[in-house]
Design a protein around this ligand. Sequence first.
Ligand SMILES: C[S@@+](CC[C@H](N)C(=O)[O-])C[C@H]1O[C@@H](n2cnc3c(N)ncnc32)[C@H](O)[C@@H]1O
Length: 303
Amino acid sequence: MPNSATNRTLMRNTRKKKTPVTLTERHHPSANGSSKPHTTRTLIRRFHVLLKRQRQLQKNASSASNAKELQDVEQAIDQLGGLAAYQRMSSIGQGKDRGGGSERVLIKWLIGMGMSKRHDKGPLSLLEVGALRPDNYASCSSWITATPVDLRSTHPSIIEQDFLTMNVDEHTERWDVISLSLVVNFVPDPKDRGSFLIARITRPHVLAGRMLILAHTFLRPSGLLFLALPSPCVENSRYMSFERLQSLMSTIGFVGMETKWRQGGKMAYWLYRKTRGEGTLEKFQKKSVCRQGARNNFCIVLS
Ligand SMILES: C[S@@+](CC[C@H](N)C(=O)[O-])C[C@H]1O[C@@H](n2cnc3c(N)ncnc32)[C@H](O)[C@@H]1O
């Protein structure tokens, strides 16, 4: 069960005290930018395009033309404010005035499953990976003890930690719930990653698969995984579909409990329960085309 020792152990190894980004980056041009939904979305989209191009160019940075373009792309990312500005924009997008963040979907599902009333078992320990706000679960503090972590902390209460480098011995079967909301589709620049080893793996689809497998390892038996992705990742990807995702998840060892999405919508959400993996990972070790035509390239590979 969650306790302050959980947080203390994590913090002892990894935590760096951070000044809230709202204080440190007030000087940056994008810090005072408009928070109109349109502006926010446009900036987030621009970030995605630049980050994707950056990854493509990094694969062959030894060619002179690529190196030059890479420099330009990195300059453009810096001009937008880098990961800090991207996080700020995503955080604005999560605001209550925009319908709130994904945590509202998870909380509703957990309440529906009776999790807010299991008084004898104590509060649920929830690891929130990719947390932009420290208090997403504050309204449920009597039955959820949340531990927010992010690659780049934007608040002193958010632990600065790469999920992919969390200590496996320490975290195996430790968590009741893990939230991966808009994280599996987001693989930032290697220089934003703490670990050199992980930094060398730049293939986002491999990191995405690794996150899901780690989440399975870190959950208690029958623990719950909350996954949120932009709908196009499954609705309009060359390499991913709802069927393939379901098959991949049951291979890792997740059984679907809840799903929420609508055709042409922005977001898709799933709640899975940890179970035993079925079959072998082999089928998911390589990209496999699900749809032809002009599609996005979102993909998850289990290696
Ligand atoms: C698009 S934001 C999503 C924020 C929020 N969870 C939401 O649903 O709106 C993605 C966040 O995930 C974080 N992130 C990505 N990979 C991560 C990793 N391996 N470990 C921890 N945080 C990670 C990024 O730093 C970024 O702040």
